[in-house]
Design a protein around this ligand. Structure first.
Ligand code: ARG
Length: 618
């Protein structure tokens, strides 16, 4: 079984603390990576807090720990000289021990132990709205959500992806009503609709339904001429008519009246085709089977709200119904969660409460992760609080509360530090953004490898471009905003997708060269050996792969894996500079080839876990 040196040291020092300090057996061993290799590989920082706690001298505490801890099989002997400053204990691992640990990791699973217990996790990773064009704001949830989902799957959890499509309610009824009217007048052909047509219809429908009633009030107040007033009144009258027609349409949709429903279906088909095609192109594992739109909850809302009201969880408030959440058990949220409006309509939050109920009660989720824009935090806290209050978040199998988490992310900014827009100030279509990345990637690939045929260059450029775009999004701390830059994401140097792909391709090419030179595959069964400092650094980095995946899963932070892979590629490149592989004598060559192979497999696995396509050649 694979062992992470940090875990081994943790356990050994834990035992030493329990033996040496029976009064503080629970003290944290505080094992950390050393800042610089001169001091060692790891250090134990437990002596200082421990001394404070038992009112003793930290160096004395460190001395006692050093005498008690048993590291003979993995580290160089600890002596008083291992204690630095106020009581840091420096630990240097033995190369043979590293080679043994690495050998254990060198298995198909790369040392990643299957999660115990394996959980059922729902990941809410997309929520496009029908009839609206996808723009840059729709990049982050699927990219980050899919990376989180893949990490959890890699660790052996069972993941259910959910695309919470915004496909219901008055806004979509407004578009449906408008299209129905336009179709009846012969002004549009429903069979030839594009998402751009729908996007326009959406905006027109919105405008039509809320013509300038505020303007009219102002005009009356400030006294406009009768002609202008009459014009405004006409607009507002039209708006009322459009609004009423949208409400009637919503009722017909709820009753699945065939002619109206057919138009809604058409809108859904056109929007979802673009959405799912985009996911496929982005190598995001979201398909039609993951769609669980708001419409799929529509019939559940009336009985659910009635139940909430009967149980006293939803209370009347000025004609509406709200769930109060000021109790600390529900998040101490002062804004109550509105679940039914005065006009009897339900809200975004009502549907999301029904979604928690389905996800936990029906899918038996232990954990539900919402990969959604940080600006929706209050909404989600209200939904979580109300679901907890209703008891919907208790897993019926384990009887334990499901963990409801908001994996919030920041915005994508332009180079000017403002929300990313086109020059004319419109939001950038996601499809255009992807295409431009791939076009630029193609130019970069062709200038680096002019010998490639057009088809080859196009295929490689697609993978490199998609990886560059996704990696630029994933490598930032997700909570933070980041500045979108084609040049930066497509650079072959620095912490970028292309740099990692290139590192992987370079390692693979060593094996191609080896084959050309007639080197056999004896390396596959050779024993690993770690001698040079660069080999040791690489080994230490490799051994951290399983724990890095664990951290990504705990914190829902894929950027930790990006940083890991970047460091790994860096450690490999130092190794490759300092330690000849194919030129070395056979025994050394074989051990180094095995190290190269393990590095390539970890890199490839990590890229796959992040959902980044890696070409064979570049
Ligand atoms: N359609 C929503 C929006 O555009 C996003 C949905 C996110 N998922 C959820 N369960 N609320 O804001």
């Amino acid at each position: 079984m694979h062992a992470d040196p940090q875990d081994v040291l943790y356990a050994r020092f834990k035992a030493a603390i329990a033996a040496a300090f029976p009064d503080a057996p629970d003290a944290d061993p505080m094992i950390a990576e050393s800042r610089s290799a001169e001091h060692g590989d790891y250090q134990c920082n437990a002596a200082m807090p421990l001394a404070k706690r038992i009112k003793s001298n930290p160096r004395e505490v460190a001395k006692l720990l050093v005498s008690k801890v048993d590291l003979s099989d993995i580290a160089e002997p600890l002596t008083e000289a291992s204690i630095a400053g106020p009581g840091f204990i420096n630990i240097r691992l033995r190369p043979e021990a590293l080679a043994t640990m690495l050998g254990a990791m060198d298995a198909p699973g790369l040392g990643v132990a299957p999660a115990a217990p394996a959980l059922r996790v729902v990941v809410d990773l997309m929520g496009v709205n029908l009839s609206k064009q996808m723009h840059v704001g729709h990049l982050r949830s699927p990219v980050i959500g899919d990376a989180i989902a893949r990490t959890l799957e890699r660790l052996g959890h069972s993941v259910i992806r959910q695309n919470h499509v915004g496909d219901w309610g008055l806004p979509i009824a407004m578009v449906t009503a408008r299209l129905q009217r336009l179709a009846a007048m012969g002004k549009i052909n429903l069979d030839r609709l594009t998402l751009d047509d729908l996007d326009r219809a959406y905006r027109d429908a919105q405008a039509e339904c809320q013509r300038d009633s505020a303007g009219l009030a102002a005009a009356q107040r400030f006294g406009l001429g009768p002609k202008a007033l009459a014009e405004l009144e006409e607009q507002v009258a039209g708006a009322t008519e459009a609004f009423l027609s949208a409400r009637e349409t919503l009722i017909r949709l709820q009753q699945k009246e065939p002619a109206t429903f057919a138009i809604w279906q058409r809108i859904a088909d056109v929007t979802m085709k673009v959405c799912l095609d985009t996911c496929r192109r982005l190598h995001v594992n979201v398909t039609s089977e993951h769609s669980a739109g708001e419409s799929s909850y529509a019939d559940e809302l009336t009985p659910m709200v009635a139940e909430l009201q009967a149980r006293g969880i939803a209370e009347p408030d000025q004609g509406a119904l709200v769930v109060r959440l000021d109790d600390p058990a529900y998040g101490s949220i002062k804004e109550p969660c509105l679940v039914r409006k005065t006009d009897g309509g339900y809200l975004y939050a009502t549907t999301d409460i029904a979604a928690v109920r389905r996800r936990v009660q029906k899918f038996h989720a232990d954990r539900v992760i919402y990969v959604i824009d940080a600006r929706q935090n209050l909404h989600l806290r209200q939904v979580f609080g109300a679901s907890q209050r209703a008891g919907y978040a208790i897993n019926p199998v384990t009887k334990a509360p499901a963990l409801l988490e908001h994996a919030a992310f920041g915005s994508v900014l332009g180079e000017d530090g403002k929300p990313f827009k086109t020059r004319s100030g419109e939001s950038v279509k996601l499809a255009d953004l992807i295409q431009e990345t791939v076009d630029r990637s193609r130019a970069a690939v062709m200038s680096r490898s002019p010998e490639l045929s057009g088809d080859e260059a196009a295929a490689i450029a697609e993978g490199v471009g998609i990886t560059a775009l996704k990696y630029a999004d994933l490598c930032n701390d997700r909570q933070r905003d980041y500045v979108f830059s084609f040049d930066r994401m497509l650079a072959f140097e620095g912490n970028t997708g292309p740099y990692l792909l290139y590192a992987l391709v370079r390692i693979r090419s060593i094996f191609r060269k080896a084959a050309e030179r007639g080197v056999d595959d004896a390396w596959m069964s050779t024993t690993l050996s770690i001698v040079e400092p660069a080999e040791k650094s690489l080994a230490l980095r490799l051994l951290k792969y399983p724990s890095t995946l664990g951290q990504v899963a705990t914190h829902l932070e894929p950027h930790r894996l990006c940083q890991y892979l970047y460091d790994l590629a860096g450690a490999f490149s130092v190794f490759f500079d300092r330690c000849p592989v194919l030129q070395a004598e056979p025994a050394v060559r074989e051990a180094r080839l095995r190290l190269c192979d393990l590095t390539a497999r970890v890199l490839a696995d990590g890229l796959a876990v992040l959902g980044l396509p890696a070409p064979e050649r570049m």
